[in-house]
Design a protein around this ligand. Structure first.
Ligand SMILES: *Cc1c(COP(=O)(O)O)cnc(C)c1O
Length: 347
């Protein structure tokens, strides 16, 4: 979901952006008006996430999946890196890195269908690895790292596609944070990369220009045409989050929403949450009835009642309620009351 206020604002400004006589979609990305839009979006994201001065914020394309390749190309200096495999996205990131060097899986939770997050201790990290890569929130399995793992003095890189802006994070604990914007920030088409400045400039010579973070940083994300309209909408979403009180407030809202759903699931005799309790995601709540036919019936009836996209990822089945920032508490209330009714009718 995008916040309704944001969609309304975008609609209001659609054909004439603040007296310019044109839509943001029609502007030159080199125009001073557009420069104002991208600069303001960056400033607001910095404020929201408390991003220190010595980090660059990049607005890129290609999705999180493209960064799976950009990460090793930019940061695998010795040709070695460690990966924690907590789901399909983490596994894909590892697979991509293996095209470029010796990427090692140092821990995995695949033995139990990624229902938990393995413990990471500094002694598990390879002494000669350039970085440790994690997927902070596992969208498909509904798990999240309960805290930032301790990787000693190694650089930590995190895919935060499905949890960015859901709560405050200490950016200084990471060398790189990246996220496809379409889950919690904007429509599809934008990828945000937050990277510590001193890590830039070591890309391999064969790195495609478009994947070289240093070149993107030196050009203010405008080496070529950036995803202009999506950045504009992201900017509106940042302002929306700031107006509500920032990420502390987002966290409070998200905790309340997730608790409502998990509390119901824990007491239900029909539904069962699939992620281990200690590692539950606030954004993606996965659950099953234990009967694939009943799961299907649930999704169909939910849809008839106006609740869509509840089918679990095609690789795991079951159900998944993605309750990103823009989902209101009332939306989760509606889902839970529907689930109660469904439970009573299908005992
Ligand atoms: C959705 C998702 C991706 C893939 O994002 P794209 O922008 O479609 O490439 C990667 N990682 C995580 C954690 C995701 O949730």
């Amino acid at each position: 979901m995008l916040p309704l206020e944001v969609l309304k604002k975008a609609a209001e400004e659609m054909t004439d952006y603040r007296g310019t006589g044109m839509s943001v979609m029609e502007m030159s990305h080199r125009s001073s008006v557009y420069e104002g839009i991208i600069n303001e979006a960056e400033a607001d994201l910095r404020k929201l996430m408390n991003i220190p001065e010595n980090y660059k914020v990049l607005f890129l394309q290609g999705g999180a999946s493209t960064q799976f390749a950009a990460i090793p190309l930019n940061f695998m200096k010795t040709g070695k890196a460690d990966y924690v495999v907590t789901g399909q996205w983490a596994k894909k990131a590892l697979g991509e890195a293996r095209k470029y060097g010796d990427a090692k899986c140092i821990a995995s939770s695949e033995d139990r269908t990624f229902a938990y997050i393995p413990e990471i201790t500094p002694d598990m990290v390879s002494p000669d690895a350039d970085y440790v890569h994690i997927c902070y929130n596992n969208t498909i399995y509904g798990t999240k790292f309960p805290e930032i793992p301790n990787v000693g003095d190694k650089m930590l890189i995190a895919d935060m596609s499905s949890c960015i802006m859901s709560e405050p994070v200490d950016v200084t604990k990471f060398g790189v944070i990246y996220a496809g914007a379409q889950k919690n920030m904007a429509p599809a088409g934008l990828t945000v990369v937050i990277v510590r400045e001193d890590l830039l400039g070591y890309a391999r010579p064969e790195t495609p220009t478009m994947l070289d973070y240093k070149i993107m940083a030196d050009n203010g994300s405008m080496y070529n045409t950036p995803p202009c309209y999506t950045i504009y909408v992201a900017g509106l979403v940042y302002k929306w989050a700031l107006s509500l009180g920032g990420l502390e407030k987002m966290k409070e809202r998200n905790e309340k929403k997730a608790a409502l759903l998990y509390d119901y699931l824990d007491g239900s005799s029909l539904f069962k949450a699939t992620a281990d309790k200690a590692f539950r995601s606030m954004m993606n709540v996965c659950f099953v009835t234990g009967d694939a036919e009943l799961d299907k019936k649930f999704c169909a009836e939910a849809q008839q009642n106006g609740m869509v996209n509840l089918k679990g990822h095609r690789s795991v089945g079951g159900m998944r309620a993605s309750i990103y920032n823009a989902m209101p508490y009332e939306g989760v209330e509606k889902l839970v009351s529907f689930m109660k009714k469904f439970e009573a009718e299908n005992k």
